[in-house]
Ligand binder design. Structure first.
Ligand SMILES: C=CC1=C(C)c2cc3[nH]c(cc4nc(cc5[nH]c(cc1n2)c(C)c5CCC(=O)O)C(CCC(=O)O)=C4C)c(C)c3C=C
Ligand SMILES: [Fe+2]
Ligand SMILES: [Fe+2]
Length: 331
């Protein structure tokens, strides 16, 4: 392509979003936006408004801000820092692939950079074709569909929409499974290997699965594909679900209960990976690496090893390039 020409398309990378600061005020603002989305919490309004503002947002932000503060880095929230690194790495990889600058724009469903901001950035590039890549390997109405809603809302004032293609999920993409397997093998080469591999995914309420959310079954399929790729036997691995919110039943087995059982059973070493997250965040760095480690060890478990998310690993970025190439054919 002639460098003076308009790029053939833009890529919109989307993720959940994170608070602006590890303070109760910033966490309250973030949770107020996130937990008001009907895709996330479907309790009828106005009852949910009363519970959210009357109870949850008075208590939770203080506790959760402390958890954020414990993982906050020099450049901010881990989710934001890693998302920016992914954006930059993908930009460079696409330049190497296509020989020109392909705009790669980052947008968060909640907080900043917002979908509105991403829409403005995209218009400024002049591209008229856009590929949307939500960085959720498994589709859920609570995450992927929420990106769709927010993007559609942000594009409402546009008099002319870009031609848009959309990646729903990549939970069994060979490049994704290979990157996960590489990360486990590399971890084992450096730190030795545990007795069991726990693949812990963020959960959703059981009710959401019952009414057709494919997320838990896609998590199970990812876990099975990774176990097969690593050559694990049935007793060497388990797929579990973490991050419960509220009192209702969530999809099972629960990660914390599993680790209690394994600790009590005297499991000598467990390795834990979290393939629902494309980037390390509060739920991995604090809940999985700190809280659940304590749960396992206080119940008699031995060594506990947390294997990081794929983040900006080269093989993860390569997989994104493959997704872009396969979904922009003809552009
Ligand atoms: C990876 C996929 C995710 C699914 C599915 C998901 C569903 C889901 N989450 C909540 C409630 C909370 N999640 C929180 C944090 C959080 N969740 C995800 C991803 C998924 N959530 C990420 C990447 C993060 C971390 C964000 C960060 O800033 O690092 C939180 C906030 C923390 C807390 O208050 O405990 C809540 C709340 C529900 C209810 C839900 C499905 C219905
Ligand atoms: Fe969540
Ligand atoms: Fe959590």
């Amino acid at each position: 392509m002639n460098p003076s020409q308009r790029p053939p398309f833009g890529v919109l990378l989307a993720n959940l979003g994170t608070p602006e600061a590890p303070t109760p005020k910033a966490v309250r603002e973030y949770l107020a936006e996130f937990l008001w989305d009907k895709r996330v919490v479907d309790v009828p309004r106005p009852l949910w408004w009363l519970i959210l503002h009357g109870v949850i947002l008075r208590i939770r932000p203080g506790r959760v801000a402390k958890a954020y503060a414990s993982v906050w880095g020099e450049h901010g929230s881990p989710l934001m820092t890693i998302s920016r690194a992914q954006q930059q790495a993908l930009k460079e990889a696409l330049k190497a692939q296509y020989g020109c600058d392909i705009p790669v724009i980052l947008a968060m469903t909640y907080g900043q950079p917002s979908m509105e901001q991403a829409g403005r950035e995209l218009r400024a590039t002049g591209v008229d074709k856009m590929l949307v890549l939500p960085l959720y390997p498994q589709f859920s109405s609570s995450t992927t569909a929420a990106v769709f809603d927010r993007l559609a809302k942000a594009l409402k004032p546009c008099p002319h929409l870009p031609e848009t293609r959309w990646i729903n999920e990549y939970h069994q993409h060979p490049g994704y499974i290979t990157a996960l397997a590489n990360s486990v093998r590399e971890y084992w080469a450096e730190h030795g290997r545990g007795d069991r591999l726990l693949m812990s995914f963020h959960g959703i309420p059981q009710r959401y699965e019952d009414r057709g959310d494919p997320y838990p079954s896609q998590c199970r399929a990812t876990a099975q594909a990774l176990a097969t790729e690593l050559g694990l036997s049935e007793e060497q691995w388990l797929c579990s679900f973490q991050s419960r919110f509220g009192r209702e039943e969530w999809v099972k087995p629960y990660t914390d209960f599993t680790l209690i059982d394994w600790g009590k059973a005297g499991v000598g070493r467990v390795d834990v990976i979290s393939p629902a997250f494309s980037a390390d965040c509060l739920e991995t760095l604090e809940e999985l690496d700190v809280e659940n480690r304590e749960t396992f060890q206080h119940n008699g478990g031995g060594e506990y090893h947390y294997i990081p998310c794929l983040n900006d690993r080269a093989d993860h970025i390569d997989m994104m390039v493959q997704l872009v190439q396969n979904n922009t054919q003809g552009w």
